[in-house]
Design a protein around this ligand. Structure first.
Ligand SMILES: Nc1ncnc2c1ncn2[C@@H]1O[C@H](COP(=O)(O)OP(=O)(O)OP(=O)(O)O)[C@@H](O)[C@H]1O
Ligand SMILES: [Mg+2]
Length: 302
């Protein structure tokens, strides 16, 4: 365990002009806590056999008007893990998510998900294979109810096919009933069941983030990419979101989480990747990352 008083960056960071100073302090303040999730697992679970990564991307590049937002980046998410992705503002984290989910095509690079290359698949097919993402600014359909938002997020509904509407009416009714049950169970687990008939537009910022996660779960994914799930969310709800993530993870779901809130990253993640100026800067356990001088410098250098 590191001793903050011996960290040469402590005094140099006092004049940092923006929120990255606060983030640095948060990184360092976590030293005593370690990764609660990792520790809890280590105490209660036997070691896992080595499996190929669930997600492995390498050589990813994306430029906007000659500026490299993502520059030869790599990332891996182990099966069953909660993996963190951090870096200063503008480091390329959201762009990396956009490339992984093919909302933006990479200029170059390779992405393997669940043993198959996915870089040429459209986003909805990637979602059908089990990788779904949420957005930095939650995207919910404000004029639809919370329940309707959930139902629309389900994958592979028979009723989506024109002919099946005619020939499989019973099947469709059965599926819709099952989907409603699934949606109700998820809404209960995220504390939004009482809002099922309310317009999604009436939800608070934090509740929208929860609804986005609920929508992601409707696709019955293997991996969820969360872009800043705690941003703009009050501390009580952040705790609830973290508890949910840990529960879902114990049920087998893997996560890749972008977050500036270091409490969240340090308490949830098994492994943390750091991006700076579009490039990989470091990867390691939360404890290794919070004591990595290059990482601290990248946060201070803004
Ligand atoms: N569609 C776009 N067109 C032009 N430039 C873009 C586009 N998307 C991102 N960028 C630029 O790419 C760089 C990386 O942006 P990105 O949003 O990926 O950073 P980030 O790490 O998610 O930052 P933050 O922590 O602030 O969300 C920035 O310089 C940004 O201005
Ligand atoms: Mg971002």
């Amino acid at each position: 365990m590191a001793n903050n008083s011996h960290n040469p960056l402590n005094s140099a960071s006092d004049e940092s002009p923006n929120g990255n100073r606060q983030r640095l302090l948060e990184i360092q303040a976590q030293t005593a806590n370690g990764s609660a999730n990792t520790k809890a697992r280590a105490e209660t679970e036997p070691p896992r056999p080595a499996l190929p990564p669930l997600l492995a991307a390498s050589g990813l590049c994306k430029s906007f008007g000659g500026i490299a937002a993502v520059d030869n980046a790599e990332i891996q998410v182990a099966q069953g893990s909660i993996t963190g992705l951090i870096g200063p503002n503008g480091a390329g984290k959201t762009t990396l998510f956009n490339l992984l989910s093919n909302f933006i095509s990479p200029d170059r690079g390779r992405i393997i998900f669940d043993g198959e290359p996915i870089q040429s698949l459209p986003p909805h097919q990637i979602a059908q294979r089990g990788m779904v993402r949420t957005f930095q600014v939650a995207r919910v359909l404000s004029r639809l109810s919370v329940m309707e938002n959930m139902l629309l997020a389900a994958q592979k509904q028979t009723g989506e096919n024109f002919w099946s509407v005619w020939w499989q009416a019973q099947q469709i009714q059965r599926e819709e009933r099952q989907l409603r049950e699934q949606a109700t169970a998820i809404l209960e687990s995220i504390g939004l069941a009482h809002m099922a008939s309310a317009y999604a537009g009436a939800l608070s910022g934090g509740q929208r983030k929860l609804l986005e996660m609920g929508r992601a779960l409707m696709a019955q994914p293997k991996l969820i990419l969360l872009d800043e799930p705690a941003a703009g969310v009050n501390p009580t709800l952040i705790k609830e979101i973290c508890d949910r993530i840990i529960t879902w993870n114990r049920e087998g779901l893997s996560f890749l989480i972008i977050e500036h809130n270091m409490d969240v990253i340090m308490s949830l993640c098994d492994r943390v990747w750091v991006l700076a100026e579009g490039r990989n800067l470091a990867v390691g356990t939360p404890e290794e990352i919070q004591n990595n001088p290059q990482v601290l410098e990248a946060y201070l250098g803004q």
